[in-house]
Design a protein around this ligand. Structure first.
Ligand code: ATP
Length: 470
């Protein structure tokens, strides 16, 4: 598919997300709160689809990975053992004049980027958010909100091993919320203080770790491209030895070319046997694996593909967003309606006077709405059939379906295009009267090609199923 836009304007994307119920600023009526965001009706569908696509690829379609859903709050010793209590920090500097704070490693100049003032010396700032369990707020009752889901997997390693009788290599996958008190959140949902992660801890025999690391690099890159991200917008970047986390022997980041530059979508680390050994030491439990071939107890090595749901979702949105010249005739009754165009802020004109349509070319598995049912107009002859078609699709289709009869048909097509609806089913006058060849038929319009085909209503579910599942 040819894309027209070279660079996506983030302001336009953020405004589309708010206007169409994908993503709202968190606590909006109170003026928002520190770069937190809420997913609206369409955004929550999109987010579920991202998570389902991941779960399908890493759990259902493999026979060596099982799922887990561990609690967000964990025993405080977990974070002492993992090294986070002491070492999960970012370097922070503060401007002596405007008191703005910055991550030292993100600064390009030795002076304050906001006012040019002098900066304090760099100090370590903990990213862990604290709370208290129970009625007494003292240090004995203090717990942390997890900054990664991974530790819930490590502390359940023995439970899963015993209950599933897995042999190495095998993995445990989990999706869930994590929290980090980021110094400088920003770039929409790219860096927030509450976010969701999709993580796999893949346990292997020591010595097989490097080969499995390569396997996961390829698998995870393929996941993004299979879901429609253009390969030229993705790259693998290996960590330089000075950048490696305290537990990692080797790490690669999958990066996406965001409008502001390359940014990490997922880190794929070789965590060695660090975490299992530390938890064994701090809990006093044995966390190992009995290898029946060699008759030895071993502590497995771990390969960890760790991605962010929100960052993946943002990359899918940015990559899918396009503004294309509108085709003549798409929209029938209102095509050429200059008055409607002037009144409609959604329909901006291209520099040459050509009309543009905004479209999200989201992969079918991700699109928040699969089918929209649109009566050509609000004429009472059309509504009963359109309603009937809508009900049939909702009940037999197992897809998200919308009904929209407000405003002209052309504007409704544009509205569906800008949220990535895959197919518009239109009930028009040919459906209900006139030529016997077309009575009882509806049109299916394809979001990407804008082509329309006519199908008899009894064949509609199968026709859509065939398109949606290919
Ligand atoms: P960064 O360098 O961008 O701060 P990180 O290397 O600290 O990220 P990891 O600890 O590797 O991130 O976390 C794994 C994944 O979790 C990241 O690749 C990202 O997709 C997601 N993630 C981490 N921090 C955030 C955040 N503050 N907001 C949204 N997603 C995040």
């Amino acid at each position: 598919m040819i894309r027209h836009l070279q660079t996506v304007d983030m302001e336009k994307l953020v405004s589309l997300c708010k206007r169409r119920g994908l993503i709202y600023p968190g606590s909006d009526i109170y003026g928002g709160l520190g770069s937190l965001w809420d997913y609206g009706p369409l955004g929550s569908e999109l987010k579920r689809n991202v998570k389902d696509a991941w779960w399908r690829a890493v759990v259902w379609q493999r026979d060596d990975v099982v799922g887990l859903d561990a609690a967000i709050l964990m025993h405080p010793q977990t974070w002492v053992a993992s090294g986070h209590a002491e070492g999960f920090t970012d370097p922070l500097v503060e401007c002596k004049s405007c008191h703005h704070r910055f991550r030292t490693d993100h600064l390009q100049t030795p002076a304050c980027p906001d006012c040019g003032g002098e900066l304090t010396a760099s100090r370590q700032f903990s990213l862990m958010l604290k709370t208290f369990l129970g009625p007494v707020e003292d240090t004995a009752n203090q717990v942390w909100l997890r900054p990664e889901t991974a530790q819930g997997i490590f502390v359940n390693f023995q439970n899963v091993l015993t209950t599933t009788r897995r042999k190495l290599p095998f993995g445990i996958a989990q999706i869930g919320k994590s929290f980090r008190n980021e110094i400088t959140p920003g770039n929409f949902i790219f860096r927030t203080r509450e976010f969701e992660q999709m993580e796999i801890e893949y346990f292997v025999k020591p010595g097989a770790d490097e080969q499995w690391h390569q396997h996961w690099l390829q698998e995870r890159m393929r996941w993004y491209t299979d879901l429609g991200i253009r390969p030229e917008n993705l790259r693998l970047r290996r960590h330089d030895p000075t950048e490696l986390a305290h537990y990692a022997k080797d790490t690669y980041d999958i990066e996406y070319r965001f409008p502001w530059g390359w940014g990490e979508l997922e880190g794929i680390a070789n965590r060695t046997d660090f975490d299992l050994k530390r938890h064994a030491e701090f809990s006093g439990r044995t966390l190992d694996y009995y290898d029946e071939e060699t008759k030895e107890h071993i502590v497995p090595y771990v390969i960890e593909p760790s991605g962010g749901v929100d960052r993946a979702l943002l990359a899918f949105l940015v990559d899918a967003y396009d503004e294309e010249p509108e085709l003549k005739g798409d929209g029938r009754s209102d095509s050429g309606d200059e008055g409607a165009r002037r009144r409609d802020p959604d329909r901006s004109g291209a520099p040459g006077g050509e009309r543009l349509r905004t479209v999200l070319h989201l992969h079918p598995a991700l699109a928040p709405v699969k089918v929209a049912v649109l009566p050509l107009s609000r004429n009472e002859k059309l509504a009963p059939t359109a309603r009937q078609v809508y009900q049939t699709l909702r009940q037999r289709g197992r897809w998200s379906v919308e009904y929209d009869d407000a405003q002209s048909i052309g504007r409704r097509y544009r509205r569906q295009d800008e949220v990535g609806t895959l197919y518009c089913v239109t009930v028009d006058f040919k459906t209900v009267e006139g030529d016997p060849d077309t009575i009882g038929t509806v049109t299916i319009r394809d979001r990407d090609t804008m082509e329309q085909v006519r199908v008899p209503i009894p064949e509609l579910v199968d026709a859509l199923k065939e398109r949606l599942e290919r």
